[in-house]
Design a protein around this ligand. Structure first.
Ligand code: NOJ
Length: 553
């Protein structure tokens, strides 16, 4: 059971083929390039790779506008290259998850082309139409400021079509049984080609009732069970990781009371409050978010992340909290996006402060769930704010000091490599960091090992432990008579903190997992810890027996 539910103790690495490694020298990343970098990823220790969309696409929304679900975009290679890649990953014990983007298609998809051309076409009802402009057409935009409406008139169809996202992404009518059957077929296809599951895009919108007459959101949660059932029948250990930025009160609707819907969901609630905690050293909202998202089925799991390929969405914070995060991490207007978030990469947000960056990653890896790391963050890559919207944080991977960061042999990368300044590839690259044991890269490798060796975090029950200092968060995990206690100092300054890890004086020893030093509780059962600014400590909790058994080792 423990190994079967592989995602409970996994480390997921998210990348886009386009920006990772170019093998054929045309300036665009491809599957052959990615396959050559599998040993790098295996060395880093990741358990699974999440690939952003790579299917045929006009590429107007980073591939989230698919025009053929059953193919690899020719820029990235062929289906054959894809299978070579999944095979290579499997050989190294790495699983592959891929994006499943079925809320909408590209407007260039043949289904949409036929639907708009011919009202009698079987594809007409695969999309969502209205003769008149619906009342709510100017509401519900996901990209406010850039996207003007959710209903756009199509001259050829002589009707308005619904699009939750950009106007080149018409929504599929997911209530249509033929569309549902096609979604299953798409999943089945990629499962056959070696993937272990899907990061399902925009889940609340996929299952929402759609139409001109819909005025408030109504989700058809049962659809999620259909997806899961199909997947489990085809391949028992495959999973769905849902992108659902929803309120905690609906979490169980997505996981399913019986654990029969989504296997994993990204924890957006924790993500936002975590950034607030980093900005303010006030951990209370984060503790509250952890509490609110505690209830979940035994087999379910949260996906935890710091930054992803989108903007850091701060929409759920209060205005005061959001402004505090903006002030700390994205004060300039061009660092912000969609009136609710920050579009920067993580390292520049932290002003390159390595202690603070490491503390934040240690936190992400030790919160209840499975960490999802974004490519380039393991070396502290930066962003290029001269690129539009979310593109700024999607620049090519920085491998070396060779021209184009070693990403491509082409003299001009199609994507712009970050060059010059503190985050330029001349300074920040894999080759440099491999040689330095104290580099971010080698530190990350150690962190990943530490996380994998503490299955209590993925499996166990957790509770915040009382620390008598504000700005210090201590969490204890218990699982199968083992416990770990993890402490983070959000303050820039050193603090002395008293922590009650539970247990009696004789049975209360903390062993630092990183360096093996130990701390014993005082007569009141408390540990007095001196923490440097932005310190993080991972302890195993035990009694004398535990110490003795270690001595034997
Ligand atoms: C969510 C994805 O993360 C984002 O990048 C994309 O633009 C939208 N869904 C639309 O597919």
């Amino acid at each position: 059971m423990i190994n079967d539910l592989w995602y409970k103790n996994a480390v997921i690495y998210c990348l886009s083929v386009e920006s990772f490694m170019d093998a054929n020298g045309d300036g665009i990343g491809d599957f052959q390039g990615l396959a050559r970098r599998l040993d790098y990823l295996a060395g880093l220790g990741v358990s699974a790779i999440w690939l952003m969309p790579f299917q045929t696409s006009p590429g107007r929304d980073g591939g989230y506008d698919v025009s053929d679900y059953y193919n690899v975009d020719p820029r990235y290679g062929t289906l054959g290259d894809f299978v070579e890649f999944t095979h290579g990953a499997k050989q190294r014990g790495i699983r592959v998850l891929i994006d499943l983007v079925v809320n909408h298609t590209s407007d260039e998809h043949p289904w949409f082309q036929e639907a708009r051309r011919d009202p009698g076409s079987r594809y007409r009802d695969w999309y969502v139409w209205s003769k008149e402009k619906p009342d709510g057409a100017n509401q519900g935009m996901v990209f406010p400021g850039v996207q003007k409406t959710t209903w756009t008139y199509d001259r050829e169809a002589k009707a308005y079509f619904f699009h939750r996202f950009y106007d080149f992404q018409p929504d599929l009518n997911t209530a249509n049984p033929h569309v549902q059957a096609e979604i299953l077929k798409i999943m089945g296809f990629w499962i056959q080609l070696g993937v272990s599951g899907f990061r399902m895009d925009a889940v609340p919108f996929v299952i929402a009732k759609k139409g001109a007459d819909v005025s408030r959101p109504q989700e058809q949660f049962e659809m999620l069970r259909t997806f899961r059932e199909f997947l489990q029948w085809r391949q028992g250990d495959s999973i769905i990781l849902a992108e659902a930025n929803v309120l905690p009160k609906t979490d169980m609707d997505y996981f399913g009371e019986d654990g029969d819907r989504m296997h994993m969901m990204f924890n957006f609630q924790v993500n936002q409050t975590l950034f607030y905690a980093l900005a303010s050293a006030d951990c209370q909202p984060l503790v509250k978010a952890l509490d609110e998202t505690r209830t979940r089925p035994q087999t379910a799991q949260w996906g935890l992340f710091l930054r992803n390929h989108d903007e850091l969405d701060l929409g759920r914070l209060s205005e005061r909290q959001r402004n505090q995060v903006f002030a700390a991490f994205g004060p300039d207007k061009d660092m912000q996006l969609y009136d609710r978030g920050i579009r920067r990469r993580f390292a520049p947000m932290m002003d390159g402060n390595e202690d603070r960056i490491r503390m934040a990653y240690s936190l992400m890896f030790s919160l209840p769930g499975t960490p999802v790391l974004r490519y380039g963050d393991e070396i502290g890559m930066g962003d290029d704010l001269s690129l539009p919207e979310r593109q700024c944080a999607r620049t090519p991977m920085q491998w070396s000091t060779e021209p184009q960061a070693g990403f491509t042999k082409s003299t001009a990368s199609v994507l712009r490599v970050i060059s010059g300044g503190p985050y330029g590839y001349e300074h920040i690259n894999v080759a440099h960091q491999r040689k330095n044991p104290e580099s971010m890269l080698n530190w990350m490798e150690r962190l990943i090992r530490m996380r994998k060796e503490a299955p209590e975090i993925g499996w166990g029950d957790y509770r915040p432990v009382n620390a008598d200092q504000s700005g210090v968060l201590a969490i204890k995990y218990d699982w199968r008579n083992n416990s770990v206690l993890i402490v983070h100092n959000f303050n820039a300054n050193p603090v002395e903190v008293k922590i009650d890890a539970g247990g009696s004086e004789e049975d209360n020893i903390l062993i630092d997992i990183a360096d093996g030093t130990d701390s014993r509780a005082d007569k009141n059962g408390k540990h007095c810890l001196c923490l440097e600014g932005y310190a993080y400590k991972w302890f195993r909790v035990g009694g004398l027996d535990y110490l003795l058994s270690r001595a034997e080792i």
